[in-house]
Design a protein around this ligand. Structure first.
Ligand code: FES
Ligand SMILES: [Fe+2]
Length: 362
């Protein structure tokens, strides 16, 4: 590998500190990748809708009478008023400005006095739809009309997750925990995507959940796949058999650029969703799930443990890095890429930074 002769250096600080880089990412990367929108169980019934934002655009997802979820830009095709706010249920989409109505398929239905307009052809008016996919009950959208399906971006991730979560169709969110971090989203994503810092910084995770010596992260298309053996199960920080335990493995699937599925031993699903709120701020949303969304002491306990340990430990790391990236004294250092990979190697960062550089520089 050439990295040994000339070590690859970490990305220049400007990628994390320059508002112009963030603007380019908003218009390009975030509008051309698969982004999490809503959980399908939040729009379970025909007519249920939920508004959300991606790449600075307001959109909404709605379940049609045919049971299909569709996603649209949240803008009326008359004179551009916003159509829906928050969540709710409706028979048709009614614009609050002049009461034009749309079917749940996005098709224009009626508008006051439009019949008086010579040549008015409602059949040609439709809300602007965006590509969406349901991925194990998670609705993802891609603003790129030419987007390749998620299977092409993240080969085999769906099948692997289904094997880890045979009960996925029954899972619903039990708890969302928002964690604001004062750093660029890429600092947070990179921190998630290497375990070189785990043994020193995450004692609970490194002794109570995984065996760091066996931790590895490998690319699978634009998915970064984390695998590890778990610790002696008697050392686990929770009783894995009290939930819906079907296997005792830990695994994670990071879907570039801003979402990750993690399965803890005992089939405990939890997710990371990064929302970039500015060039130097990000909110990490941790999702925790249970069967039918029913109360679960184990899930609540894991969510609290994770918030108080791994998450808390990471906040200090990423915020310190962001400050350091602003320092005139910082010269990007070589990445520690071990040809044998493993927990003390940053090969995963090498892949991520290549994707990050490409997103900005083309
Ligand atoms: S802008 Fe929506 S009806 Fe006029
Ligand atoms: Fe960490």
């Amino acid at each position: 590998m050439t990295e040994r002769a000339t070590p690859q250096r970490s990305l220049d600080a400007r990628y994390y500190t320059d508002p112009e880089v963030f603007r380019v990412e908003q218009e390009g990367l975030l509008a051309r990748t698969w982004q999490f929108a809503v959980h399908a169980s939040d729009i379970a019934n025909p007519g249920d809708y939920a508004a959300f934002e991606i790449a600075g655009e307001c959109l909404f997802a709605v379940r049609g009478r045919d049971g299909e979820v569709r996603c649209f830009y949240n803008v009326c095709q008359h004179r551009a008023h916003r159509l829906v706010q928050g969540t709710g249920n409706t028979r048709v989409v009614v614009c609050p400005y002049h009461a034009w109505t749309y079917e749940l398929t996005g098709q224009f239905r009626a508008g006051p006095n439009t019949k008086s307009v010579t040549g008015f052809d409602g059949s040609k008016i439709c809300l602007t739809e965006v590509s969406c996919e349901e991925f194990l009950g998670f609705v993802f959208v891609n603003l790129d009309p030419e987007a390749e399906p998620m299977e092409t971006w993240f080969p085999n991730a769906r099948a692997e997750l289904e094997a880890f979560l045979p009960h996925w169709a029954t899972l619903k969110p039990l708890e969302w925990i928002d964690i604001p971090e004062r750093c660029n989203w890429k600092v947070s994503v990179e921190n998630y995507s290497e375990c070189y810092h785990c043994t020193l910084n995450h004692p609970t995770f490194a002794t109570g959940v995984v065996k760091p010596d066996t931790y590895d992260i490998q690319p699978q298309g634009y998915c970064l796949r984390h695998t590890t053996e778990c610790n002696d199960l008697s050392q686990m920080s929770y009783d894995i058999n009290s939930g819906h335990a079907l296997n005792d493995k830990y695994s994670s699937w990071f879907l570039w650029p801003m979402f990750s599925f993690q399965v803890y031993p005992g089939n405990l699903l939890n997710t990371y969703h990064w929302r970039a709120t500015g060039h130097d701020t990000v909110t990490v949303c941790r999702g925790w799930y249970s069967v039918d969304g029913v109360e679960s002491d184990i899930v609540r306990q894991m969510a609290v443990q994770d918030r108080e340990t791994t998450v808390e430990e990471d906040i200090h790391l990423v915020e310190s890095v962001q400050k350091g990236l602003m320092s005139r004294g910082y010269v990007p250092g070589p990445l520690v890429v071990d040809p044998k990979c493993g927990v003390n190697s940053e090969h995963s960062i090498l892949h991520l930074q290549n994707w990050m550089r490409k997103a900005v520089d083309g």
